[in-house]
Write a protein that binds this ligand. Structure first.
Ligand code: FES
Ligand SMILES: [Fe+2]
Length: 335
């Protein structure tokens, strides 16, 4: 009998870059939500001024978890006061820069607090495209690029509808998921699509990867020419534009939870004026189809082993190029 081994299936470092931790609508003013990403516990909170902040979960005073309230806050997050999160254990307050802003009972502040030092781990945050993003680097280096603002993803856009959101937790390293985009042959076997989209171009430039595929979709009114354009920014953020039968925009973000566990957050946006007509039929069918593909890919991803040297053949697609591009995000932890 085979016994599952304890050794990792995908021995790759956690990638650095910008990653989504929440959607904006999940975090109201005064909310604090504990999350687990990058093999760490974090707390995301929204200040009374409305800014999203992300800090390490454990209070530097005596180590209480900052993400859980007690007494009248039980079952909710802790209290948010002004720009700070209040620790449920002894009431010390911390702002989004990691500085201690209040100790309710100290006559003399600890020197590091008095100096305004950043003591609690604080994360770089961007709130764009109705998403809350953080910069992760295993060695805590500062961000080296800025994520794109996507105009269509603005809240209450006049022409583009509200986001339709689907999420999955997948037991693999996210490089394995990214490889799907260059894996031409699996479409037939995993997804049952006999028509492999034809690549118009694929480019790898710095942290950006772009590609365009030409599609021909059969419909009752004949074949409709379409395209799938993708743009990835780093390991965690991708945008996919489907044109042809029904324009659909997909913000496909993936965030590592642990070495072999990742969360995929997919937000679909479709034209607002046809949401109640074509959107209900063709639009939902497009989304349903992509979600179906995710659940099919998940069966493979959840179990497959990463091979540093897979046995490839000529029809397999540009795996080596993809891996070379992805390797820039795989930084070994040295601190
Ligand atoms: S542990 Fe947070 S205030 Fe004491
Ligand atoms: Fe797939």
């Amino acid at each position: 009998m085979m016994i599952a081994s304890d050794s990792p299936r995908c021995p790759l470092p956690m990638p650095m870059g910008w990653f989504q931790v929440l959607y904006s609508h999940e975090l109201e003013i005064g909310d604090a939500i504990p999350v687990e990403y990058f093999e760490q516990e974090l707390v995301v909170f929204r200040t009374e001024e409305g800014d999203a902040k992300v800090v390490d979960a454990f209070c530097p005073h005596m180590g209480a978890h900052l993400g859980y309230g007690i007494r009248e806050q039980t079952g909710k997050g802790p209290r948010i006061v002004g720009d700070s999160i209040e620790c449920p254990f002894h009431g010390w307050r911390w702002n989004g820069n990691g500085q201690c802003t209040h100790i309710p009972y100290a006559k003399n502040l600890p020197p590091r607090v008095a100096k305004g030092e950043a003591i609690l781990g604080a994360w770089e945050v961007r709130e764009i495209n109705q998403q809350i993003l953080v910069w992760y680097h295993p060695n805590k280096e500062a961000s080296s690029w800025e994520p794109d603002i996507i105009p269509e993803a603005a809240a209450n856009h006049p022409d583009w509808g509200d986001m339709i959101i689907h999420t999955w937790e997948i037991n693999t390293h996210m490089q394995e998921m990214g490889e799907n985009g260059v894996d031409a042959a699996h479409f037939l076997y995993v997804h049952g699509t006999d028509d492999v989209p034809e690549a118009a171009y694929q480019t790898f430039d710095g942290h950006i990867r772009e590609g365009k595929f030409i599609t021909r979709q059969p419909t009752p009114r004949g074949v409709v020419d379409g395209a799938i354009e993708t743009k990835s920014q780093g390991a965690g953020l991708s945008m996919v534009k489907f044109t042809g039968i029904y324009d659909t925009l997909l913000l496909a973000n993936v965030t590592p939870i642990a070495a072999e566990k990742a969360r995929a957050s997919y937000a679909f946006i479709q034209p607002r004026d046809t949401m109640d007509t074509l959107g209900k039929t063709v639009g939902q069918a497009i989304i349903g189809n992509i979600c179906q593909q995710m659940s099919e890919d998940k069966i493979i991803w959840d179990r497959k082993q990463y091979f540093e040297r897979p046995l490839l053949c000529d029809g397999d697609g540009p795996f080596a190029k993809f891996r070379r591009w992805f390797s820039q995000f795989l930084v070994e932890k040295t601190v």
